[in-house]
Design a protein around this ligand. Structure first.
Ligand code: PFF
Length: 472
């Protein structure tokens, strides 16, 4: 039955366009907002060290594997993995690896779009300036804006309107296809993003407390390191590189045969990591100089930044640039997330691309309508995807690429020689066991920490007594 599905006929317009679309997917709220505070909270420089190890030794090989599997099969994640399994005479059940990834991408999009909607609201507010806001009025403003405050209905309708706008924009872009939609938007927005980022970083460094920012982000705090630090670094690396969700398999399916996968992957990984490392400098210098708390998670963007901009000369001009660039980054990531489902529906269900985009957008709106206002849902999804589903998707995909597929299968994609040897060694002997260990221990460590569940004795010995039973 599945044999009727053919290879994709559409291709990226150019190598530059493909790179911009991939960087556009990779660079997003994860780099800009999640990375800096996750690093700050999980051991600073120690976290960054693990992060870079995860990116180089796990992220990079997995990214190459995803592109290679995508181009080889010429299909989206689920169908692609099944067709490769068929070609190796292996079980069709390997399609599960594609399913886990694709569902995860849908979950991610369901909270990603909500945060993007907040960004839209704050971009609009920022034109009025945030002057004179203090921490408490800004906190109130955030709560009111997202529909949890005094006039919940008024702001909820407003947020739903913004959500609809955001999804319509996604539908239009994804509906136009990979070359005419996603690639075109990324080649305009990503260069604009980089320029705006440099402007904001320059402004923040010139006006803020840069020394304190450096020490918060980079100084290693070894005492904060535990298994959950590894898991945080691994989950963050997957999230940031957009891997483990089948997305890069799908993007690979549109690759021209002559695009060099290892080289492109290196460029994408390097850009993504660089943005993560410098993004903190757009935020923390002015947050510190305004005397604010650095590690406040989601509120960092929406409570601390308005106060910081409101208290600095020139902040009124910089605030729209800041929220604008964050929105650009979020948008190029959300269209890529939508593409996972749309490209599958298009090839599998025989609907048109536009029809598929409208369908996906509609379902997302319904989920959004139910959850726009629930911070608990966001927290839970964030926890589930990064702490469990992303590493799981990555584990399945890497095991499949390394142990189920033969070396010859991917030689046409990755070449033969040193790179192939190194890649194959890592994807077989390093990536799956490493992810497995971190997933098992890190997940328990995190659960113990977050939900205060005591673990069996031998695990407590291994993981350390994160959870201290209440006295008495
Ligand atoms: N990489 C994006 C970010 O760092 O914000 C988020 C993301 C996009 C995750 C696409 C996963 C994905 F498939």
């Amino acid at each position: 039955m599945a044999g009727e599905i053919g290879r994709k006929t559409e291709h990226w317009g150019s190598r530059f366009g493909f790179i911009m679309a991939s960087v556009g997917s990779a660079v997003g709220l994860g780099n800009f907002w999640r990375f800096p505070y996750t690093a700050g909270e999980n051991g600073g420089g120690a976290f960054i060290l693990f992060y870079i190890i995860c990116v180089l030794l796990i992220g990079m090989p997995l990214l190459m594997a995803e592109y290679a599997m995508g181009r080889k099969s010429g299909m989206s994640a689920i169908e692609g993995i099944q067709s490769l399994a068929r070609a190796e005479s292996r079980s069709q059940n390997w399609g599960i690896a594609g399913w886990v990834g694709s569902l995860t991408s849908f979950f991610i999009l369901s909270f990603y779009m909500v945060i993007s909607t907040w960004l839209m609201a704050f971009l609009i507010q920022s034109f009025g300036g945030f002057e004179g806001m203090d921490a408490s009025s800004s906190g109130q403003n955030f709560v009111d804006t997202i529909g949890q405050g005094e006039h919940p209905m008024r702001s909820r309708w407003y947020m739903l309107g913004l959500l609809a706008l955001f999804l319509i924009a996604n539908i239009i872009v994804v509906g136009r296809g990979v070359k005419g939609g996603i690639e075109k938007v990324a080649t305009v927005l990503m260069p604009a993003f980089f320029i705006m980022l440099l402007v904001v970083v320059g402004f923040s460094i010139a006006n803020g407390d840069t020394a304190k920012a450096v020490s918060f982000i980079f100084e290693p705090k070894w005492e904060d390191v535990g298994f959950k630090t590894f898991l945080a670094a691994l989950g963050q690396a997957f999230f940031s590189l957009s891997i483990g969700v089948g997305l890069m398999i799908t993007y690979g399916a549109y690759l021209e045969p002559d695009t060099n996968i290892p080289r492109s992957s290196g460029l994408i990984v390097a850009s993504d990591t660089l943005v993560a490392l410098i993004a903190g400098f757009a935020i923390f210098p002015i947050v510190f100089s305004a005397g604010l708390d650095p590690s406040s998670g989601p509120s960092l963007f929406f409570i601390s930044m308005p106060v910081a901009f409101g208290s600095i000369p020139g902040g009124a001009i910089m605030a729209p640039v800041f929220f604008g660039l964050a929105l650009f980054a979020a948008f190029t990531s959300s269209i890529s997330l939508m593409e996972v489902a749309v490209s599958w529906l298009e090839e599998r269900q025989g609907v048109t691309r536009l029809g598929a985009s409208i369908g996906v957008g509609y379902v997302l709106f319904m989920i959004g309508a139910a959850y726009v206002f629930s911070l608990d849902y966001l927290d839970f999804m964030d926890f589930m995807t990064e702490g469990l589903l992303l590493p799981l998707g990555g584990l399945l995909a890497s095991y499949f690429a390394g142990w189920v597929l033969s070396r010859e299968m991917l030689t046409s994609e990755l070449g033969e020689g040193t790179i192939m040897n190194a890649w194959r060694f890592l994807i077989r002997w390093f990536v799956p066991p490493f992810i497995f260990l971190i997933l098992v221990f890190g997940f328990m460590d995190k659960i113990q920490d977050q939900y205060h569940v005591p673990l069996p004795g031998f695990l407590t010995m291994l993981l350390g007594p994160n959870w201290v039973p209440p006295a008495g």
